[in-house]
Write a protein that binds this ligand. Structure first.
Ligand SMILES: Nc1nc2c(ncn2[C@@H]2O[C@H](COP(=O)(O)OP(=O)(O)OP(=O)(O)O)[C@@H](O)[C@H]2O)c(=O)[nH]1
Ligand SMILES: [Mg+2]
Length: 363
């Protein structure tokens, strides 16, 4: 099992600027815009980098700890929010719905307490296929672990059926809910107020906070609200821990993100990434071989691109991020495979890691 040995990421081990350098930028299509956004985020007032919320070691007497589950419709910014709260890019993000395909656990420790964030796949109304069913199941079961739920919505003046279904689910769960109106940077203040009115009618939340996850606005207020709903408790993880997702899984996710961002139409939704080899050659070098799995031969051609240009582009972008994440030089080799209809095949799903993993709570 040598090469499969799990490695956990801590603040100490990772570059502090991982999020800032690459992760907080958006799609490839507008790379110029992405860079601008990332810069804006870093420099904007109240940027919630790790340093902002980091612990100084002077732990408060009523130290609190527990699970904050992030729930919402696809694409509302759940993963972006989690990354900004912990100050590091762990969950992948993109403009395509259903980017997140699992329960992603990260940790933030401050003097006030320790929050374990659980990011979830966007909740769909209809599963469409077995992968969709699996994703909905992940979100619903993760909800059961919440001490507090962050219900993320967009600042729109109406609620769709999907929002109503989520509200019902949250009511049934009986957990305290913080309504988080995200993307406040995209509308006027007045519209944020209208959205709050609409969503508070569906469910009376314990608290409501409007934020911009992307720009790190109002996250200190949100964090204070989260702590108000956590019980007094111990440190579940040591305070350096950011996540216990294995590095090889994070590497696979980074490759999937770059593919998602580079590809269009139906291709991205049928992609999975498998790490075939993850070998630390020495302290400075990691060799990674990975396969991008797609659903059709025609998709394979698109992923490879003319003279391999698309695959090269995906590989280069992924390598930069993986190097940033691991602090090591990476040799990355990518392959493309076709697995027809894998999203509807139970066995294939499991072999790709879309398995009902038992995470469970620590207490
Ligand atoms: N303008 C703006 N864009 C945002 C904000 N938060 C997220 N986004 C963008 O919204 C898109 C979706 O973000 P994600 O974090 O991937 O959304 P998600 O809810 O995790 O999506 P799924 O995993 O697919 O359910 C990305 O392009 C983000 O850059 C925000 O506060 N303001
Ligand atoms: Mg997500």
């Amino acid at each position: 099992m040598g090469e499969r040995e799990e490695q956990f990421l801590t603040n100490a081990g990772a570059s502090e600027t991982a999020a800032e350098a690459q992760g907080l930028a958006s799609e490839n299509k507008d790379e110029a815009e992405s860079v601008a956004e990332a810069k804006l985020t870093n420099e904007s007032e109240g940027f919630a980098g790790g340093k902002t919320f980091a612990a100084t070691g002077e732990r408060k007497d009523d130290f609190r700890s527990g699970y904050a589950v992030i729930i919402g419709r696809p694409n509302v910014g759940k993963s972006t929010l989690m990354n900004h709260l912990i100050g590091q890019k762990i969950a992948i993000t993109s403009r395509k719905p259903q980017t997140t395909r699992g329960r992603i656990e990260t940790v933030l420790t401050t003097d006030a307490g320790q929050v374990i964030f659980l990011d979830t796949p966007g909740m769909l109304r209809k599963a469409g296929n077995k992968l969709g069913e699996y994703l909905m199941d992940v979100s619903k079961t993760t909800l059961a672990d919440a001490d507090v739920v962050l219900w993320l919505v967009e600042p729109k003046p109406y609620a769709g059926e999907g929002d109503k279904e989520i509200a019902e689910l949250l009511k049934k769960s009986g957990r305290p809910v913080i309504l988080v109106v995200n993307k406040a940077d995209t509308v006027e203040k007045k519209s944020v107020g209208e959205a709050i009115e609409v969503f508070e009618k569906l469910l009376a939340p314990s608290e409501t906070v409007a934020v911009s996850a992307l720009r790190g606005q109002n996250l200190d207020e949100l964090l204070a609200a989260i702590f108000r709903h956590l019980p007094k408790g111990p440190l579940y993880y040591d305070e350096e821990t950011v996540t216990n997702e294995p590095l090889r899984d994070l590497a696979a996710e980074i490759i999937r993100e770059k593919a998602l961002r580079a590809l269009n139409e139906e291709v991205p939704h049928g992609i999975a990434v498998l790490i075939d080899t993850y070998k630390e050659r020495d302290e400075r070098l990691t060799d990674i071989e990975a396969s991008i799995v797609c659903e059709k031969a025609s998709h394979k051609g698109i992923i490879i691109g003319k003279s391999g240009t698309m695959l090269k582009k995906i590989g280069q972008a992924a390598r930069i991020d993986i190097e940033e994440l691991t602090g090591k030089k990476v040799f990355l080799k990518l392959f493309v495979k076709v697995r027809k209809n894998w999203r509807d095949n139970e066995g294939e799903l499991r072999s790709f890691g879309y398995d009902k993993r038992k995470h469970g709570r620590k207490d």
